[in-house]
Design a protein. Structure first.
Length: 405
């Protein structure tokens, strides 16, 4: 962390990230655009080339570093209601190291895109934002800033705010270049990009929750809640979805019923489960409304097989998934509807660490839900009978009771 190259890159990023978007993009390795004239005249070609090369090498180095998986064991490391200064220091440096590696992975993946893709203004904007994040992380003074609680909270809060819209920006950019970049390649890029992004946002949200934790609250460890009432969360999601249905269709007669497991409690990440449940209930509601099946309620069953294994089954009678699109439902670029498009202004704060409206109608709902579950060993399974309806199984892995001891 204190190498000469690291410090030099830090100083460079601090100075030049204040420049315009075009300038910051031109600092990347492998870009053939001309450097900003003011930068070139100020530094000279040799120094500019050295700076550009050092930043590129740093990005490549950190993007190749092995990163331990973000597991429940990691998230439940700090169980105390109050962290002492040494524990805060250790947590901060671990979180920063995680973010450095993931940020450089994001930058490196964009650098590896075809040149015609990189030229897209929205892709450039996404790249520039990750460069800003890298600059912020590199600007931390070791070890002094790590003990400055308020400064670290401000740094990580800024990260969450900055990356609220990156998914929408990047996905729009990739859609604009689909004629020049294979669909399969777009899918793979988005899959890797979103997996990293999910992890980054969960890590930062977890850090902030731990650092600002209410010492009277013994039910939470960061983003994890112990013994969450699953039925209560589902009812909360349904109230939200019901409001959306009323706004969109002027219908409030569709019902949801919980048939089994009303008293089940489960330890998990509520933000993640809330997002996934809401997404599935939205799809089920729309299907039944548009197929005019209002007399039948959406049926939910909750099953807890062990203290670390939960399954939520959501059944609708909305006619099922057409066979010609069934294999596309987890495609990031696939969206069947305009249901979300007119509602996204009302869908705030449902996606962990991000505003829900950013992905509404963009074809990210099911893929993101699947990605969140798989991050911690869960699954999202869908069984559809065309002409009748669909069963969705949300299989969640939790930390288990041992993690809280």
């Amino acid at each position: 962390m204190t190498s000469t190259r690291f410090q030099e890159c830090c100083r460079t990023l601090l100075k030049f990230q204040r420049r315009n978007l075009h300038s910051s993009v031109n600092l990347r390795v492998g870009t053939f655009g001309r450097p900003n004239k003011s930068i070139l005249s100020e530094l000279g070609f040799s120094k500019y080339y050295k700076i550009r090369s050092n930043i590129g090498l740093l990005i490549q180095d950190f993007s190749k570093k092995p990163v331990p998986s973000v597991s429940y064991d990691f998230l439940t490391t700090y169980k105390k209601l109050h962290l002492n200064s040494n524990e805060q220091y250790t947590l901060t440096i671990k979180t920063i190291n995680y973010l450095l590696s993931f940020t450089c992975r994001q930058l490196n993946s964009i650098q590896r895109l075809p040149y015609i893709v990189i030229l897209n203004p929205k892709v450039e904007e996404s790249y520039s934002l990750y460069m800003k994040t890298l600059k912020s992380l590199l600007s931390v003074r070791y070890p002094y800033d790590l003990y400055q609680k308020d400064k670290m909270i401000a740094l990580f809060t800024e990260f969450l705010n900055d990356h609220n819209d990156t998914l929408l920006t990047l996905s729009n950019g990739l859609r604009e270049i689909t004629d020049y970049y294979p669909r399969e390649s777009v899918f793979q890029f988005l899959n890797d990009h979103l997996q990293n992004r999910i992890t980054m946002k969960l890590l930062v949200t977890h850090y902030l929750n731990l650092i600002t934790h209410d010492t009277s609250d013994s039910r939470h460890i960061g983003i994890i809640e112990k013994d969450l009432s699953v039925s209560k969360l589902i009812k909360h999601c349904w109230d939200f979805v019901g409001d959306l249905c009323y706004i969109k269709y002027d219908i409030n007669s569709l019902k949801m019923t919980i048939n089994d497991g009303k008293d089940v409690t489960f330890s998990c990440i509520p933000l993640v489960l809330e997002y996934i449940t809401t997404e599935i209930l939205k799809n089920s509601s729309r299907a039944q409304i548009e197929s005019e099946q209002l007399e039948k309620p959406i049926e939910v069953s909750i099953y807890k097989y062990d203290d670390d294994e939960l399954t939520i089954k959501i059944r609708d009678y909305g006619g099922g998934i057409p066979p010609d699109v069934e294999d596309k439902i987890f495609d990031y670029s696939y969206s069947t509807n305009d249901f979300d498009d007119s509602l996204n202004a009302n869908e705030e704060a449902m996606n962990p660490g991000e505003q829900f409206n950013n992905v509404a109608g963009m074809g990210f709902g099911l893929p993101l839900s699947k990605a969140y579950l798989e991050l911690f060993g869960g699954k999202l399974e869908i069984q559809s009978l065309y002409g009748l309806g669909t069963d969705v199984y949300i299989k969640v892995k939790g930390p288990g009771n041992d993690s809280f001891e």
